[in-house]
Design a protein around this ligand. Sequence first.
Ligand SMILES: *Cc1c(COP(=O)(O)O)cnc(C)c1O
Length: 385
Amino acid sequence: MQGYQQLRTQRQQQALWRVRSNSETVDPSLNFASNDYLALSRNQAIVSAFQQGLQRWGTGSGGSPLTSGYQGPHEALEAQLCEWLNAEAALLFSSGFAANQSVINLARKQGYQPVLDRLCHASIYAGAGERPLRFRHNDLAHLSQQCAKAEQLNQTAAPLVVTEGVFSMDGDGAPIAEILALLENSNALVFVDDAHGIGCYGEQGCGSVTKEQAASIPVRTITFSKALGLHGAAVVGQKAWIESLVQLAPDYIYSTAMSAAQAFAIQKSVNLVRSESALQTQLQANIASFKQGAAQLKLKIMPSNTAIQPLWVGSNAHAITLSQLLQAQGIFCTAIRPPTVPPNEARLRFTLTNHQRDESYQRLFSSLKNIFDRYPELQEACCGV
Ligand SMILES: *Cc1c(COP(=O)(O)O)cnc(C)c1O
C-alpha cells in the first residue's frame, strides 16, 4: 500500500495513530465510551421484537427501498416518526452518516449554501464540499455575518444553517430557539442533526427540537444508533425535502434498506422512549452524579448538561496515557484527538449511560484520584479551579 509507512510513522509520532480495542469484555457499568445512553441495546423487549421480526420478515430486506427493500415495518416506522416528531414525512437511512451527507448534498444540488457550525460532525462536512462556510461554535453574531456572506457569494442561494441538537465532542447544544428567532425574517433555513439528543431529552424523548420548533425546521436527522440502541437513521421534515431525497440521494437510492426486522425493533424502541420517562430521569440522575464527583476532583470538565461530559486534557500524549491508565483499571474511555477535535484540544470524552450506577462514578473518580497521585503531570493537565 503506497504511503502506508509514511502515514504510520507520521501519525505515531504525533500520537494520532488510530487503533481499535475490543470492548466486549468491558463491564457495561464501567464503559464510558458508549452512546448506548438509555441502555436500550440490551433491553429485553427490544431484543424480543427483533427476534419476532426476524421470524416474520427474515434477515435481509433484499434491496434498495426503491426495489424490494420497502416493507410494512419500514412504512410503519416512518409513520410513527412523523407523529412522534411532528413531521410531514420521514425517510429511513442505513446510517446517520449517510443521512447527513445526503441532506447536505441535496441542499447544495438544489442551490442552497450550507453554513455550518464549526463543530459539526464529520458526516456533515462530508457532504459540504471543499470549503464550506462556517461560523464559530454557537456564535449567533458570526452566524449572521456568514449568512450575509453566503447571500453575497451567490445571490440566488438561500443559506442552509447546519447545527446539532447536542454536539458530539463537546456535549453542549445549539441555541435552537435563538437561531430560529435570528433567522425568522430571512430566507435562511435550518437543518438540525439530533443524533445525540433524540431519545434522551425533551417531551417523550423527542430530543432537542420541541414540537413547536419542528414546524420551523424543514429538515432534521435522527439516528437509531445511539439512545435508541439499534442502528440506522432517519431524515424527518417537510415532504418536499423527503421526496427530493428519494429522487436524488444516491445513498438512499443505491443502498440496500435496513431489514424489516430492524425497522420493527426500532418501533418498539421508539415506543419505550416515548412511554417510559424513567429512562430519561435515570440518565439525568447519572449526569448529576457524574458532575458532582467531577467537581469534587476539580476536573476540567467542559460546560455540558448532557450525557457527553468531556474532560479537557490538551495534549494528545496525555490523553492517551490517561485513557490507558483507566483501562488498566477496567474503566473504558477513549481519548479524542485531532482531527476529530481542534489541535491541542485532546480530551477524554466520558459518555454517561443507564448501564452505570452511583458505584460506577465512585469507581471512576477514585481511579482518577489514584492516577493523579502517581502522575502529577496528568493532574496538572486535567484539574483546575
Ligand atoms: C454518530 C453521529 C452521526 C452518525 O450516525 P451513525 O448512525 O453512527 O452513522 C451523525 N451525526 C452525529 C452528530 C453523530 O454523533
